[in-house]
Design a protein around this ligand. Sequence first.
Ligand code: PMP
Length: 358
Amino acid sequence: GTQRLHNFSAGPGTLPTSVLQEVRDELPVYGTAGASIMEISHRSADYDAVEQSARRHLRRLLGLGDDWHILFLQGGASMQFHQVPLNFLPPDGHADYVLTGRWSVKALREAKLLGTAHTAATAEDTDFTTIPDRDTWDLSPEAAYLHITSNNTVHGTQFSGDPEAEVPIVTDASSEILSRPMNLDPYGLIYAGAQKNMGPAGVTVVLIRDSFLARRNDDLPTMLDYGTHAERRFNTPPVFPIYVVEKVLRWLRDQGGVEAMHTLNQQKAALLYNRIDRTDFYEGIVARNARSTMNPVFRLHDDALQPRFLQEAKAEGLVNLKGHRSVGGLRASLYNALPMEAVEALVDFMDAFEQRHG
Ligand code: PMP
């Protein structure tokens, strides 16, 4: 068929249908520009208004004060694994990293290529099915920053809220940004690829507190220096992704903002986890106190039924439920734009599947 299905993709993830329709309507001609948004200058008044609106909405939705810079960069969240230590790892200092999954392991690897980075805590001993208890983190007050991955897309774990530390925290919020209100106080820098909760792939949102930015290293390559982009629009930004992000942010405001979205996200996750827990036919994979609202992972008690589960789910219009290849099992990503009806349809299908095969 050609209709939209219930899309549980971990990323790029589902986007609001209304946003896609707006994009379609504006695609050949944007406003009075006489061309699409992709075909006009990034210095034009039309594009400038789009980008300013995206900044304004992001600032309001997350409660970012004037002391926060909003950067729209390229290279994905993966570029940030390198750019963060390049800017903030001092030649004679170090940074602390909490390892909660394959993305934080990758972030640590890049830091170690550039300088000294310590593992303050790791969940590797539990195959990343837990978040190390805050009391056990081995933190240094001299660290330039503490890096965390607040939601672990692959493993389906999530920190409960915003941790505290003596030093500025840098967080990879790729798969949870805008899914809940944040306490910004502990953070110096927040980064997130757009392609889960904000828009299409191609732009990475980097939020930097001004006092943290001021601590960066000297003589950085121009394009990799956060200061370059905090100061001005240095080069051609990813115009089209930013244009879509602006629409997603407006949609989010219309839904009631991050507080309303958080409530809905908790309800969506509770519905699915309660179904997983109700019988032994399905099994959760991670520690209960580490369960992610964004990427619940689970499996069938009888693993051999999984291909059938995926096949029958697809026939019901429920797609992209396969777990990450490193974890196996199933994963249902419940990003902001995935409606409650999709989770209800999944849970109904899980009931019916158990009745047929349990
Ligand atoms: N961090 C997290 C938490 C992710 O989920 C991902 C992508 N799935 C990345 C980093 C890498 O992002 P990108 O592909 O934008 O480089």
